[in-house]
Design a protein around this ligand. Structure first.
Ligand code: MG
Ligand code: MG
Length: 267
Protein backbone atom coordinates (compact mmCIF):
# COMPACT_ATOMS: atom_id res chain seq x y z
CA UNK A 1 0.00 0.00 0.00
CA UNK A 2 1.31 3.43 -0.95
CA UNK A 3 1.53 5.80 2.03
CA UNK A 4 0.73 9.37 0.99
CA UNK A 5 2.55 12.09 2.97
CA UNK A 6 1.12 15.38 4.21
CA UNK A 7 2.94 18.66 3.56
CA UNK A 8 4.20 18.56 7.15
CA UNK A 9 5.54 15.04 6.71
CA UNK A 10 7.23 16.03 3.45
CA UNK A 11 9.02 18.86 5.30
CA UNK A 12 10.25 16.34 7.91
CA UNK A 13 11.40 14.07 5.10
CA UNK A 14 13.27 16.99 3.55
CA UNK A 15 15.19 17.27 6.83
CA UNK A 16 16.13 13.59 6.72
CA UNK A 17 17.10 13.79 3.05
CA UNK A 18 19.28 16.87 3.67
CA UNK A 19 21.18 15.11 6.45
CA UNK A 20 22.07 12.46 3.88
CA UNK A 21 22.97 15.17 1.33
CA UNK A 22 25.29 16.88 3.81
CA UNK A 23 26.81 13.55 4.83
CA UNK A 24 27.64 12.82 1.18
CA UNK A 25 29.20 16.30 1.07
CA UNK A 26 31.46 15.32 3.99
CA UNK A 27 32.39 12.11 2.19
CA UNK A 28 33.17 14.16 -0.93
CA UNK A 29 35.66 16.26 1.05
CA UNK A 30 37.54 13.17 2.20
CA UNK A 31 37.35 10.90 -0.85
CA UNK A 32 40.71 10.56 -2.62
CA UNK A 33 43.29 7.93 -3.57
CA UNK A 34 44.60 6.17 -0.45
CA UNK A 35 41.53 6.60 1.74
CA UNK A 36 39.73 3.43 2.80
CA UNK A 37 36.00 2.92 2.56
CA UNK A 38 35.94 2.12 6.27
CA UNK A 39 37.44 5.56 7.06
CA UNK A 40 34.72 7.21 4.97
CA UNK A 41 32.08 5.11 6.71
CA UNK A 42 33.28 6.39 10.10
CA UNK A 43 33.14 10.01 8.91
CA UNK A 44 29.56 9.46 7.74
CA UNK A 45 28.39 7.75 10.93
CA UNK A 46 29.83 10.51 13.15
CA UNK A 47 28.34 13.26 11.00
CA UNK A 48 24.87 11.69 11.03
CA UNK A 49 24.89 11.16 14.80
CA UNK A 50 26.25 14.70 15.40
CA UNK A 51 23.20 16.00 13.51
CA UNK A 52 20.67 14.25 15.72
CA UNK A 53 19.93 11.42 13.32
CA UNK A 54 20.56 7.68 13.19
CA UNK A 55 22.36 5.90 10.34
CA UNK A 56 19.55 4.43 8.26
CA UNK A 57 21.35 1.37 6.88
CA UNK A 58 23.27 0.26 9.99
CA UNK A 59 21.45 -2.84 11.24
CA UNK A 60 18.73 -2.61 8.57
CA UNK A 61 18.27 -6.20 7.38
CA UNK A 62 21.48 -6.70 9.45
CA UNK A 63 23.64 -4.52 7.17
CA UNK A 64 26.87 -3.94 9.17
CA UNK A 65 27.73 -0.30 8.28
CA UNK A 66 26.50 3.25 7.72
CA UNK A 67 27.37 3.49 4.01
CA UNK A 68 26.97 1.06 1.16
CA UNK A 69 30.21 1.55 -0.76
CA UNK A 70 30.41 -0.15 -4.12
CA UNK A 71 33.53 0.42 -6.22
CA UNK A 72 33.96 -0.25 -9.94
CA UNK A 73 32.21 -3.52 -10.91
CA UNK A 74 30.17 -3.53 -7.71
CA UNK A 75 26.64 -2.30 -8.39
CA UNK A 76 25.28 -1.66 -4.88
CA UNK A 77 25.34 -2.97 -1.28
CA UNK A 78 29.15 -3.11 -1.02
CA UNK A 79 30.44 -3.33 2.55
CA UNK A 80 33.09 -0.81 3.70
CA UNK A 81 36.51 -2.39 4.31
CA UNK A 82 40.18 -1.48 4.76
CA UNK A 83 41.05 -1.51 1.05
CA UNK A 84 42.33 1.85 -0.24
CA UNK A 85 40.66 3.65 -3.11
CA UNK A 86 42.99 4.24 -6.02
CA UNK A 87 43.33 6.64 -8.93
CA UNK A 88 40.92 5.74 -11.73
CA UNK A 89 38.38 3.98 -9.49
CA UNK A 90 34.74 4.91 -9.28
CA UNK A 91 32.62 4.25 -6.21
CA UNK A 92 28.91 4.40 -5.51
CA UNK A 93 28.31 5.78 -2.01
CA UNK A 94 24.77 5.14 -0.78
CA UNK A 95 23.66 6.62 2.54
CA UNK A 96 20.54 6.51 4.70
CA UNK A 97 19.54 8.50 7.76
CA UNK A 98 16.56 8.34 10.11
CA UNK A 99 15.31 11.51 11.81
CA UNK A 100 11.89 12.44 13.21
CA UNK A 101 10.70 8.97 12.26
CA UNK A 102 11.42 9.40 8.54
CA UNK A 103 14.17 8.07 6.31
CA UNK A 104 16.37 9.85 3.82
CA UNK A 105 18.19 7.64 1.29
CA UNK A 106 20.35 8.82 -1.55
CA UNK A 107 23.48 8.01 -3.45
CA UNK A 108 26.21 9.38 -5.70
CA UNK A 109 28.95 7.72 -7.73
CA UNK A 110 32.31 9.44 -7.25
CA UNK A 111 35.37 9.48 -9.51
CA UNK A 112 38.70 8.91 -7.76
CA UNK A 113 41.26 11.10 -9.50
CA UNK A 114 41.36 10.77 -13.28
CA UNK A 115 38.88 8.22 -14.62
CA UNK A 116 38.83 6.68 -18.11
CA UNK A 117 36.69 8.61 -20.62
CA UNK A 118 34.37 5.64 -21.19
CA UNK A 119 33.61 5.41 -17.47
CA UNK A 120 33.18 9.18 -17.09
CA UNK A 121 30.52 8.99 -19.77
CA UNK A 122 28.75 6.11 -18.00
CA UNK A 123 28.52 8.28 -14.87
CA UNK A 124 27.30 11.31 -16.80
CA UNK A 125 24.59 9.41 -18.69
CA UNK A 126 23.45 7.57 -15.54
CA UNK A 127 23.11 10.85 -13.64
CA UNK A 128 21.25 12.43 -16.56
CA UNK A 129 18.93 9.41 -16.64
CA UNK A 130 18.06 10.04 -13.00
CA UNK A 131 16.68 13.48 -13.92
CA UNK A 132 15.00 12.08 -17.04
CA UNK A 133 13.22 9.66 -14.69
CA UNK A 134 12.40 12.30 -12.07
CA UNK A 135 10.75 14.45 -14.76
CA UNK A 136 8.19 11.64 -15.27
CA UNK A 137 7.35 11.42 -11.54
CA UNK A 138 4.30 13.67 -11.63
CA UNK A 139 0.64 13.33 -10.71
CA UNK A 140 -1.25 11.30 -13.32
CA UNK A 141 1.81 9.47 -14.67
CA UNK A 142 2.56 5.88 -13.74
CA UNK A 143 5.47 3.82 -12.42
CA UNK A 144 6.19 2.49 -15.91
CA UNK A 145 6.67 6.02 -17.28
CA UNK A 146 9.71 6.60 -15.02
CA UNK A 147 11.24 3.22 -15.80
CA UNK A 148 10.60 3.55 -19.52
CA UNK A 149 12.29 6.96 -19.64
CA UNK A 150 15.40 5.79 -17.75
CA UNK A 151 15.69 2.60 -19.80
CA UNK A 152 15.30 4.39 -23.12
CA UNK A 153 17.83 7.06 -22.19
CA UNK A 154 20.53 4.63 -21.04
CA UNK A 155 20.06 1.71 -23.44
CA UNK A 156 20.58 3.97 -26.46
CA UNK A 157 24.18 4.22 -25.24
CA UNK A 158 24.43 0.43 -25.14
CA UNK A 159 24.37 0.26 -21.34
CA UNK A 160 22.74 -2.46 -19.24
CA UNK A 161 19.83 -1.54 -16.92
CA UNK A 162 19.89 -3.63 -13.74
CA UNK A 163 16.57 -5.45 -13.35
CA UNK A 164 16.74 -7.13 -9.93
CA UNK A 165 17.27 -3.95 -7.89
CA UNK A 166 14.88 -1.02 -8.05
CA UNK A 167 13.96 2.34 -6.50
CA UNK A 168 11.18 2.50 -3.94
CA UNK A 169 8.69 4.49 -1.94
CA UNK A 170 10.25 6.18 1.09
CA UNK A 171 8.86 7.32 4.43
CA UNK A 172 8.65 5.84 7.91
CA UNK A 173 10.08 2.72 6.26
CA UNK A 174 13.22 2.68 4.14
CA UNK A 175 11.46 0.62 1.51
CA UNK A 176 7.78 1.38 0.94
CA UNK A 177 5.47 0.84 -2.01
CA UNK A 178 5.67 1.32 -4.89
CA UNK A 179 8.72 -0.39 -6.33
CA UNK A 180 10.32 1.91 -8.89
CA UNK A 181 12.10 -0.15 -11.59
CA UNK A 182 14.54 1.55 -13.93
CA UNK A 183 12.92 -0.19 -16.87
CA UNK A 184 9.31 -0.51 -17.92
CA UNK A 185 6.50 0.33 -20.27
CA UNK A 186 4.77 3.66 -20.72
CA UNK A 187 1.41 3.98 -18.98
CA UNK A 188 1.83 0.78 -16.92
CA UNK A 189 1.89 0.31 -13.17
CA UNK A 190 0.62 2.30 -10.22
CA UNK A 191 -0.54 5.88 -10.77
CA UNK A 192 1.33 8.76 -9.13
CA UNK A 193 -0.61 11.16 -6.90
CA UNK A 194 0.01 14.25 -4.79
CA UNK A 195 2.04 13.53 -1.63
CA UNK A 196 3.90 10.46 -2.90
CA UNK A 197 7.58 10.30 -1.95
CA UNK A 198 9.99 7.93 -3.68
CA UNK A 199 13.69 7.23 -4.08
CA UNK A 200 14.57 7.03 -7.77
CA UNK A 201 17.89 5.27 -8.32
CA UNK A 202 19.12 4.12 -11.72
CA UNK A 203 21.77 1.37 -11.49
CA UNK A 204 23.36 1.27 -14.92
CA UNK A 205 26.11 -1.05 -16.15
CA UNK A 206 28.71 -0.34 -18.82
CA UNK A 207 28.19 -3.88 -20.18
CA UNK A 208 25.57 -6.52 -19.51
CA UNK A 209 22.58 -5.77 -17.28
CA UNK A 210 23.13 -9.11 -15.54
CA UNK A 211 24.41 -9.17 -11.98
CA UNK A 212 25.55 -11.69 -9.39
CA UNK A 213 25.73 -11.64 -5.62
CA UNK A 214 29.10 -11.92 -3.91
CA UNK A 215 29.66 -14.61 -1.27
CA UNK A 216 29.37 -12.06 1.59
CA UNK A 217 25.60 -12.17 1.03
CA UNK A 218 25.46 -8.42 0.29
CA UNK A 219 27.69 -7.14 -2.48
CA UNK A 220 26.14 -7.09 -5.95
CA UNK A 221 28.55 -7.15 -8.90
CA UNK A 222 28.11 -6.99 -12.64
CA UNK A 223 28.28 -10.45 -14.22
CA UNK A 224 30.92 -9.33 -16.75
CA UNK A 225 32.84 -7.36 -14.07
CA UNK A 226 32.56 -4.13 -16.08
CA UNK A 227 31.87 -0.93 -14.09
CA UNK A 228 28.45 0.12 -12.84
CA UNK A 229 27.08 3.55 -11.89
CA UNK A 230 24.38 4.51 -9.37
CA UNK A 231 22.74 7.85 -8.57
CA UNK A 232 19.76 8.35 -6.27
CA UNK A 233 17.51 11.23 -5.22
CA UNK A 234 14.51 11.49 -2.87
CA UNK A 235 11.57 13.12 -4.63
CA UNK A 236 8.07 14.22 -3.55
CA UNK A 237 5.06 15.15 -5.66
CA UNK A 238 4.05 18.67 -4.62
CA UNK A 239 1.44 20.63 -6.61
CA UNK A 240 1.42 17.73 -9.03
CA UNK A 241 5.10 18.10 -9.88
CA UNK A 242 8.36 16.42 -8.81
CA UNK A 243 10.18 18.28 -6.04
CA UNK A 244 13.65 17.21 -4.91
CA UNK A 245 14.08 16.63 -1.18
CA UNK A 246 17.74 15.63 -1.50
CA UNK A 247 20.52 17.57 -3.23
CA UNK A 248 23.95 16.89 -4.71
CA UNK A 249 24.96 20.51 -4.08
CA UNK A 250 27.00 19.72 -0.92
CA UNK A 251 29.00 17.28 -3.01
CA UNK A 252 29.39 19.87 -5.75
CA UNK A 253 30.55 22.50 -3.23
CA UNK A 254 33.20 20.09 -1.94
CA UNK A 255 34.38 19.20 -5.46
CA UNK A 256 34.10 22.76 -6.91
CA UNK A 257 31.55 21.62 -9.49
CA UNK A 258 29.08 24.20 -10.84
CA UNK A 259 25.69 22.74 -11.73
CA UNK A 260 22.11 23.92 -12.24
CA UNK A 261 20.78 20.40 -12.91
CA UNK A 262 18.45 20.46 -9.87
CA UNK A 263 16.93 23.91 -10.46
CA UNK A 264 13.82 22.70 -12.33
CA UNK A 265 12.92 20.44 -9.39
CA UNK A 266 12.90 23.13 -6.70
CA UNK A 267 9.80 25.01 -5.62
MG1 MG B 1 20.07 4.33 -1.41
MG1 MG C 1 17.18 3.55 -2.17
Amino acid sequence: MIKIKTREEIELMRESALIVSKTLGEVAKAIKPGVTTLQLDKIAEEFIRDHGAIPGFLGLYDFPNTLCMSPNEQVVHGIPNSDSLKEGDIISVDCGALKNGFYGDHAYTFEIGEVAEEIKKLLQITKESLYVGIREFRAGNRVGDVGFAIQKYTEKHGYGVVRELVGHGLGREMHEDPEMPNYGRRGRGKKFTEGMVVAIEPMINLGTHRIKQFSDGWTIKTEDLKPSAHFEHDVAIVNGKPELLSTFNYIYDALSIVSDEEDEFRK
